[in-house]
Write a protein that binds this ligand. Structure first.
Ligand code: BGC
Length: 762
């Protein structure tokens, strides 16, 4: 009934190519999607609702309480919250987000279910990106664990805390593949690789939602931001995206599909335009692909004022047109602009928007409220005592510590400087992140509190025998020099046997709207590093970062480098566990650390070009920069342990695989000849030598984390099937083509590793 209205724009997107996405290894993990059924009473409700009430069910607003973290605050004295209560009574709200805890949720819910005409419960949303009050590592850090089940566990714990305060619906996981490290929001996602993004999307959806959406310890998950938000030109947040439909289907869409197949029943439209059409107004994306091709049954919410922003995009001439375009494209719910409740009723009355379409969106939203159990008990998640009881429990903190240490990546460790001894050495702990409860929890924590987190100095003091053997010197501000800071830091380094230099980005240097042109350690801290390194003591760099960094000078040359991101509440404990050897680092880079900022966007699975530059060389008229090979300083997948890891005995069960039903087992032995236990992430990459569409130089297809006691080894076995070799072909549909394939089992995307070839035969 509305197809005629969207056909012009749909045609612009070349929408003819619709196809089921091929089976991938991630798919194998999925259980059947929970089906959405609107209970019969929903139809009766819709039949009795006014147009204004229907538009209200499609309008979501930020909490007007003000402030965010304190649950027990009294209602604010300004008029905003009473006004919001009144909106709930008048049925003009479907719910609010980023509210202030159980008390606030109870007041609003009471207004809705006791005092409104239709008595429809509100839904409470929030951004629980990596923890509610117990803050876990930022999502990108957690992906470095290469352990999706860890993300499932932290997501489940976050849901337990958050749902305890009345939150029904989470605006996470972010599943945007991010290949340009200038973009600040890479910190919220799964890094540069498609498979990792898929696996962590699935894990997080399962953790947030659990098995039963009615559970008062779980919440609805939202895959965001649909779509290709991470492909912003120049890494500039909100910027234009122009990628081919093939790249969209090959790189940016699969994590969304994985999230939906795992059961995510809400999706958020992205701010960006895609090939000239803002996502919020894109019927091909929001309806044809999402519902037609993929059969998505949940509901679509705009991002914060995403519909309104189509005016600034130059796509809608005014608020009324923006409402019509967003709604008819398939965005069921408007966040924060208020456009739907202001304009939808009139658009229906004028015949520009079919009433049946509004009913359909309302049905989706009410079906979800029913699935969350809100009609049965609107207060099922709202409980002031439980809110306290579930907050920052011992198991949550211990999980945060475990997740923190598993997220840390050891980039280098010359002369086995790490782990450090717990006694007998004086340690200078230098840098703006050495001490102090700042920049611990990361950029996107609505309810987290740095003041409840453990800083590095505290963690280190707890780990060592003689507390007085630590000298702390700030050395520098984060982006500004500190008067006398370098002198004091140099003096501290002189007195010490070992320097631990804690430097990097503040938490507000990544996240939304925090794009950087130079992805380096800020200059004043680089100067501090140079001065301290000149003292000549063995130096461990502890990096704080929300993205891959281009390391330079004394930082790159330090004996040991640990990537510690933003680890959350247990930061100091997690880092100390690794520094002093209570835990042997097992993290691997989910993003490539380039040699220089100007290589961005740099990602390991790039295409070969017609003029590949030979490895380790700089040849004329080859794809390289002046004076610089286009390779990573530390590639995707890289990370060391405290063991001595070696790979050998690569074997393929066959050198050929039939396209119909064939398979090849790929095995290799991985051993630890060191004296300390280690966990190694064994990675399998492939390359398709020649195909009808050019293929990446390497592509991760599988990985396994194995624990290796000193002196032990293990044979790791992977199975490749034709579906693993599929790609998005000429017709934008998955294809498998015969030919020669390279396979590597390697410790990173750019390490030589063990190599073989095989044939895929017709
Ligand atoms: C972000 C979303 C977030 C929303 C609500 C927006 O600015 O892009 O990721 O969920 O705000 O807080």
């Amino acid at each position: 009934m509305f197809e005629t209205r969207i056909s012009r724009r749909a045609a612009l997107m070349g929408a003819g190519a619709v196809a089921a996405w091929a089976a991938s290894p991630a798919r194998a993990l999925l259980q059947a999607t929970e089906r959405v059924k609107a209970p019969a009473f929903v139809g009766d409700l819709i039949a009795r609702m006014t147009l204004e009430e229907k538009a209200g069910q499609l309008s979501l607003m930020a909490s007007a309480w003000g402030g965010t973290s304190a649950a027990s605050l009294n209602p604010p004295s300004n008029g905003d919250f009473p006004r919001q209560l009144d909106e709930a009574r008048r049925g003009l709200l479907t719910g609010v987000f980023n509210g202030n805890g159980a008390r606030m949720h109870r007041m609003l819910q009471t207004a809705a279910v006791k005092e409104s005409r239709m008595k429809i419960p509100l839904i409470f949303g929030a951004d629980i990106i990596h923890g509610h009050r117990t803050i876990f590592p930022v999502p990108l850090a957690e992906v470095a664990s290469f352990e999706p089940d860890l993300a499932r566990r932290t997501a489940e714990m976050a849901a337990f805390e958050a749902a305890g305060t009345g939150i029904d619906w989470n605006f996470a996981p972010m599943v945007d593949v991010a290949r340009d490290q200038r973009w600040g929001r890479g910190v919220e996602g799964g890094g540069e690789d498609v498979l990792l993004n898929e696996l962590f999307a699935i894990a997080r959806v399962k953790g947030f939602q659990g098995r039963d959406l009615k559970s008062d310890a779980h919440m609805l998950a939202t895959a965001k931001h649909f779509a290709a938000y991470g492909a912003a030109e120049a890494g500039l947040d909100y910027n234009t995206v122009d990628v081919s439909e093939r790249t969209l289907r090959e790189v940016y869409l699969p994590p969304f599909k994985a999230a939906f197949d795992a059961g995510a029943l809400s999706v958020m439209a992205s701010f960006n335009e895609l090939s000239g059409i803002p996502s919020t107004g894109n019927p091909w994306l929001m309806t044809q692909l999402l519902r037609g091709e993929w059969g998505f049954e949940g509901f679509v919410v705009s991002d914060y004022t995403g519909d309104e922003e189509m005016i600034a995009h130059g796509f809608a001439k005014d608020a009324r047109e923006a409402t019509r375009l967003a709604f008819l494209a398939g965005v069921d719910m408007s966040m924060q602009s208020g456009f739907y409740r202001t304009h939808l009723p009139d658009l229906v009355r004028s015949g520009e928007v079919p009433q049946a379409r509004v009913d359909e969106s309302v049905r989706r939203v009410l079906a979800m409220k029913a699935m969350l159990g809100l009609f049965e008990d609107p207060f099922r998640r709202i409980d002031e005592r439980r809110e306290q009881r579930r907050s920052m429990t011992r198991p949550a903190l211990s999980l945060a510590r475990e997740a923190g240490r598993k997220s840390i990546v050891l980039l280098k460790n010359e002369g086995d400087l790490l782990p450090l001894p717990r006694s007998g050495k004086r340690i200078a702990l230098i840098g703006p992140f050495a001490a102090g409860q700042h920049d611990l929890i990361g950029p996107w924590c609505v309810y987290g509190d740095d003041a409840k987190a453990v800083d590095l100095a505290t963690g280190v003091r707890e780990a060592i025998a003689d507390k007085s053997s630590i000298i702390v010197a700030e050395g520098s501000g984060i982006e500004e020099p500190l008067a006398g800071g370098i002198e004091a830091a140099v003096a501290a380094a002189r007195q010490a046997d070992i320097v631990v230099l804690a430097i990097g980005e503040s938490q507000n240097m990544s996240g939304e709207a925090q794009s950087r042109t130079e992805i380096v350690v800020p200059r004043p801290q680089q100067q501090l590093a140079e001065a301290v390194a000149a003292v000549g003591k063995p130096m461990v760099v502890v990096l704080k970062n929300g993205r891959a960094l281009a390391l330079e000078g004394a930082v790159a040359n330090a004996s040991a480098i640990l990537v510690t991101w933003f680890l959350g509440t247990e930061t100091g404990h997690s880092i100390a566990d690794v520094l002093f050897g209570a835990y042997s680092p097992s993290g691997r880079l989910p993003v490539s650390f380039p040699r220089e900022s100007g290589q961005q966007p740099y990602y390991y699975s790039h295409k070969p070009t017609g003029r590949p530059n030979p490895e380790g060389k700089l040849e004329a008229y080859k794809a390289r920069f002046r004076g610089l090979t286009n390779t990573a300083l530390y590639p995707f997948g890289h990370g060391l342990t405290y063991g001595k890891i070696g790979y050998s005995d690569l074997a393929l069960s066959s050198r050929s695989m039939a396209m119909a039903g064939g398979e090849i087992a790929v095995t290799a032995r991985v051993g630890n000849t060191g004296t300390r236990a280690a966990e190694e992430v064994v990675q399998l990459y492939i390359r398709d030598r020649a195909a009808s569409i050019t293929r990446p130089v390497r592509l991760l297809k599988a990985f396994r984390k194995v624990t290796l006691a000193p002196g032990s080894s293990e044979v790791v076995r992977f199975v490749l099937r034709p579906a693993d070799l599929a790609f998005v072909g000429l017709q934008n549909k998955p294809v498998v083509e015969p030919g020669t394939f390279d396979v590597w089992i390697a410790p990173s995307a750019e390490a030589d590793g063990l190599h073989a070839t095989f044939e895929l035969t017709a």
